[in-house]
Write a new protein. Sequence first.
Length: 402
Amino acid sequence: MRITCVGGGPAGLYFAVLAKLADPARDVTVLERNPAGVTYGWGVVFWDDLLDDLFRYDPVSAARIWDAAYKWDEYEVHAAGKPVSFLGGYGFSLGRHKLLEILGDRARELGVTIRYSDDLTDPDQLPAADLIVACDGAGSRIRDSAAEHFGAQVETGRNKYIWLGTPHVFRTFTFGFEETEAGWIWFHAYPFAAGASTFIVECTPETWSGLGLDRMDSAAGNARLQEIFKRHLDGHPLDDAGRGWLNFRRVTAERWDHGNVVLMGDAAHTTHFAIGSGTKLAMQDAMALADAVALLPAKSGNLSAALEQYEHRRKVALAPLQRAARASSAWFERMPEYADLPAKRFSYALSDRRGEYPAWRYLLHMSTQGAVPRTMLRWTLSARRWNRARRRPPRSLSAAVP
Ligand SMILES: Cc1cc2nc3c(=O)[nH]c(=O)nc-3n(C[C@H](O)[C@H](O)[C@H](O)COP(=O)(O)OP(=O)(O)OC[C@H]3O[C@@H](n4cnc5c(N)ncnc54)[C@H](O)[C@@H]3O)c2cc1C
């Protein structure tokens, strides 16, 4: 069987690894438009659930990811004018460069051919293969060339964001909110390597233009952000990976297959960074597709049935996370409405933003054990009521743009 993955991101490389592991006789190729070692973005976060899956599917790459991952163990919330609050929880982070290096090395060890600097410019000229996996990211050319067939929709989020990095090493996952003359602006930051943290800045479009960020070049914009967030950065600079300010693009597709072509990862669906799950979901897509393709011989080679099975499995798994991501991004769009809450209530509202956070259940349990004061439970429940009262459809998600 000949398999070609168009796109050497986490989805494409991990699927190539699994496809080769399942059957070393397969001819598996990954086409990646960037040169080796070049990618966008900084570190990404993930949690135990992804690690569990990775260890089940390929313990070798899982152990390398585990070794390279940075472990952090709580959330700090720094909102201007309020004392710092701390929220329970832990997780892991890893630079995108490192993740892709680990997956690329593993794929090559197993005999996958990776063709870097190979840009598939014409989606009508797909290479000859039994299965073509379109894992070419959120802006997928392959998906867009048959947008009607795939039922592809792109909705644009209201807030502006920029994905920056900094050599300042945050102690743990940190949210920081600052009030400026043009309104609130905030960051989501976490360490992901020795000497490096991700620093994603977000604000409403009114604040963005009010601060003049829409008119500044990258250097001036970064300098302005450094000034605004100086109390958090300890004198360290901010670094733009070159993508500049963006609006989040929420991609959905009604169907994921087209003949022998199948969508995977961000090409099929994107998930707002406010819940830090897009990489996990892309890699879990790869696992599900590998499982479906592994069943092909038993199903007399019915590729279409296998692809349908893959799509169904993933859509069921994705639905709750996509709801959480919408609720979470909508919370950040309404952030200024929460700004007057006292510190604890503000941070509990933040932690409950997904609309599914089981903090109150956990705290109820812990308070019955005498492990946390009952006031914490009261704050969490009141934050939950506050969020519920304000939860309404995100006003930002504009009309669908095909
Ligand atoms: C600000 C921000 C923060 C994020 N933080 C997190 C996080 O903390 N945790 C998390 O899990 N996720 C996070 N994500 C999401 C995550 O980055 C994506 O969901 C993930 O990268 C999707 O993987 P992918 O392989 O599907 O696509 P990509 O990683 O986008 O890979 C697609 C690849 O295809 C290549 N390509 C594109 N077109 C072509 C072509 N025509 N020919 C050849 N190659 C092509 C691209 O160069 C790219 O390498 C974040 C996203 C953003 C925007």
